[in-house]
Design a protein around this ligand. Sequence first.
Ligand SMILES: NC(=O)c1ccc[n+]([C@@H]2O[C@H](COP(=O)([O-])OP(=O)(O)OC[C@H]3O[C@@H](n4cnc5c(N)ncnc54)[C@H](O)[C@@H]3O)[C@@H](O)[C@H]2O)c1
Ligand SMILES: [Zn+2]
Ligand SMILES: [Zn+2]
Length: 361
Amino acid sequence: MPYEVKGVVAHSKGAPVTIETIIVPDPGPGEAVVDVQACGVCHTDLHYREGGINDEFPFLLGHEAAGVVSAVGEGVTDVAVGDYVVLNWRAVCGECRACTAGKPWYCFDTSNAAQKMTLADGTELTAALGIGAFAEKTLVHSGQCTKVDPAAPATAAGLLGCGVMAGVGAAINTGGVTRGNSVAVFGCGGVGDAAIAGSKLAGATTIIAVDVDDRKLEWARGMGATHTVNSKETDPVERIRELTGGFGVDVAIDAVGHPAVFEQAFYARDLAGTVVLVGVPNPTMEVTLPMIELFGRGGALKSSWYGDCLPSRDFPMLIDLYLQGRFDLDAFVSETIALDAVETAFEKMHNGEVLRSVVVF
Ligand SMILES: NC(=O)c1ccc[n+]([C@@H]2O[C@H](COP(=O)([O-])OP(=O)(O)OC[C@H]3O[C@@H](n4cnc5c(N)ncnc54)[C@H](O)[C@@H]3O)[C@@H](O)[C@H]2O)c1
Ligand SMILES: [Zn+2]
Ligand SMILES: [Zn+2]
């Protein structure tokens, strides 16, 4: 029997989201239905609502979630009813050219549920990042369910499902941040602060937070930033050079996804350093760089999809660190809200009032 639940839907570009009745089908082969316990509000949800990702409206938003598996389809052996899971949006296939080359975190053929969730009138919904977890239940591919220790509350665990993993992974996996490194993180929202916390975890000794909002910079200090720069008031490239003996940082992370910010990250890094782009640009954005600078500075310009994570490897590891008191996931939770407050949470995010609003069910 299909389930009828409430969910948050974006109907058209820029229009406020609404609560709708959603039909969640019984899981088919390889699929699972998850009772969502908590789901964070990520900037990518807002990108969807603004038409910045694609035009496949209506969207069922929400993708940063933890919950309990309540039904599985035929052939599902990796998870079972009752398992406590964090949902991931890159269920690796194990067979594509990236997977067979031993780099499954780049998997080019990740899986989502084959069936669609719909509105009550049958209109098919596009689930944000193949998840759609601003709903009491959601249908996913079983590989999107990563089992973690149920001792971690869903408000904290769910954050690993997107922003926190993306930020930590941008620093540790993509940027290769290690002991003694200097790092600059541009944009100190949930993703940027996670990159700061990840850099601290990896042993970076200089961690420079850059933002245009002083409140965000104060929070960034709490996450492990050793220095902060308000780039509205101070040229961040000059300041970062000053703070690093005139050289620039080993790793510069753009957690905004804006051409001007990417350029700052490009020039703020040391010779042979790495620039990591984890913020998501919109389809119209372009960067122009002098080619001689590209060559002369050496190093690497890398993009970070989901922090180049492997959910099965990285989620349980970060949950263990959390439960040991070594990685403070709770610090990312600014507020817990009800399902009908997602639109207000977007406003708060836009105004810089929160790091993460988390919907609890
Ligand atoms: N690559 C991935 O896999 C992945 C995953 C999740 C989110 N993201 C993306 O990461 C980005 C950040 O997400 P978030 O949830 O942290 O968003 P957020 O809105 O919470 O944070 C963005 C931060 O950037 C700051 N900012 C804005 N303009 C700036 C500028 N010019 N210079 C410096 N700072 C500036 C804001 O003040 C804010 O603190 C978004 O683009 C999101 O879509 C990417
Ligand atoms: Zn693959
Ligand atoms: Zn996200």
